[in-house]
Design a binder for this molecule. Structure first.
Ligand code: FAD
Length: 392
């Protein structure tokens, strides 16, 4: 492969974040290569893309392609299903209260990746490289990314979107702060006898949230956060027994369940990279931050990384600068750090407030939910934040 001086940006990792980033850079006329990594197995999860992400995906020209595969999340309901002394009132958030048709749109992960890959394949100026990256080395002018087939790609900027175990991050010697939780997120897809009416419902339980997220027709995806002992028991259930157990946890809100093929189990943890950048390298999405699947934050945060890095690169290139120069990387780090840290802290606090038996903690959680229900400006500010928009 003759790549000397031909590529400006190399994106490593063809997950949803890497695909979106590569498409975005190439569509701005920046010569880009996407290193895909290994072929992925089927992923039965779904992703709720909030309004802020829809805007990013629209800006890079892929939303039109994704929209037919999505289901709107018009309302979000939170139900306190704990049996604790302090119980909070049920809260219903309506998207129309903040002038939106929906807070976001739920899509099956396989459809999300398939459609993004199809757009990437058809994008001019985007070279798809079917290999894995094994390391990198930066000099004053370029970064050289070594591939497992013996080739090397040279670019001015390397975007590491190679997921949670990021080899690019490790090669840069960037450490990760990790926090493990005594919980597991189990994922299922169910068919149900009552309509979901495009409402996503989150039951707060003592072991974590149990969330129903609408899919097309009378189907929903479930993310069920439980302690490790319950996880083992639930994973062992099949057919009718599993359907009845999930139905019980959903308080039969959507009627009787039938569970589809395909389920997942994800131990809960949060991880955040100590730096988002190194010379000519920017980390994004799960290569930079992993958070528990509570409140649909993960990829939404990752897509905001894409948008911020693109903006930083465009600002530099517009004045004749270089996409991997220090000011681009510094701008990206300072732009993203606060959002990432504050979302991680909010998800951590919510999760801990559910697990904690301490009455003051329960009181605080109850007060928070009470204020969400009763105090309009507070509720609307939170709704905008949840939708990935500025609170103002
Ligand atoms: C149960 C659950 C539910 C979730 N629900 C939501 C939700 O509703 N909303 C939301 O926003 N987020 C959600 N998330 C989070 C979301 O799934 C992740 O944030 C997102 O998938 C991360 O995307 P990514 O592109 O960073 O990483 P990945 O999807 O892991 O992609 C990384 C890619 O890099 C490739 N790769 C790895 N190593 C190399 C290498 N050396 N060279 C080249 N390529 C390589 C891999 O093959 C892979 O394709 C959820 C997570 C879980 C666990």
């Amino acid at each position: 492969m003759s790549t000397a001086d031909a590529i400006d940006v190399v994106v490593v990792g063809a997950g949803p974040a890497g695909l979106a980033a590569a498409i975005a850079f190439a569509r701005k006329g920046i010569a880009t290569a996407l290193v895909t990594g290994p072929t992925r197995a089927a992923d039965h999860r779904t992703t709720a893309l909030m309004e802020g992400s829809v805007r990013v995906l629209d800006e890079i020209g892929v939303w039109e392609r994704l929209a037919p595969h999505t289901t709107p999340l018009r309302d979000l309901r939170i139900v306190d299903a704990t049996r604790r002394l302090v119980r909070a009132p049920e809260v219903l958030f309506r998207a129309r209260e903040i002038g939106l048709e929906a807070f976001g749109y739920n899509i099956e992960n396989d459809a999300l990746r398939r459609e993004l890959q199809a757009v990437a394949d058809a994008t001019e100026g985007l070279e798809i490289v079917r290999a894995s990256a094994i390391g990198h080395e930066a000099d004053a002018e370029r970064i050289h990314v070594a591939l497992d087939d013996g080739r090397t790609l040279s670019a001015r900027l390397c975007v590491a979107a190679d997921g949670r175990q990021s080899r690019m991050r490790q090669a840069a010697g960037i450490r990760v702060r990790t926090r493990a939780y005594p919980q597991v997120a189990l994922t299922f897809t169910v068919r149900h006898t009552r309509p979901h009416e495009e409402i996503s419902t989150e039951f707060h339980t003592e072991s974590g949230p149990f969330t129903l997220v609408p899919l097309p027709g009378e189907r929903s995806s479930i993310v069920c956060v439980v302690n490790e002992r319950d996880a083992v028991r639930l994973i062992g259930l099949e057919g009718e027994a599993l359907a009845r157990e999930l139905e019980r946890r959903a308080f039969s809100l959507l009627g009787a369940f039938q569970v589809d093929e395909g389920r997942g189990a994800f131990p809960l943890a949060s991880e955040v990279a100590e730096q988002l950048v190194a010379p000519r390298l920017a980390l994004m999405a799960e290569a930079a931050h992993v958070m528990p699947p509570i409140g649909a934050q993960g990829l939404n945060l990752g897509l905001r990384d894409v948008s911020a890095l693109l903006e930083s690169v465009e600002t530099a290139t517009a004045r004749g600068g270089d996409p991997g120069e220090e000011s681009v990387l510094e701008g990206y780090e300072s732009h993203r750090r606060r959002d990432i840290d504050s979302r991680m802290a909010a998800v951590d606090l919510l999760n801990r407030s559910l697990l904690s038996d301490l009455v003051p903690m329960q009181g605080l959680r109850g007060l928070g939910l009470y204020m969400m229900q009763k105090v309009g400006p507070f509720r609307r500010g939170l709704m905008r934040l949840g939708a990935g928009l500025n609170a103002a």
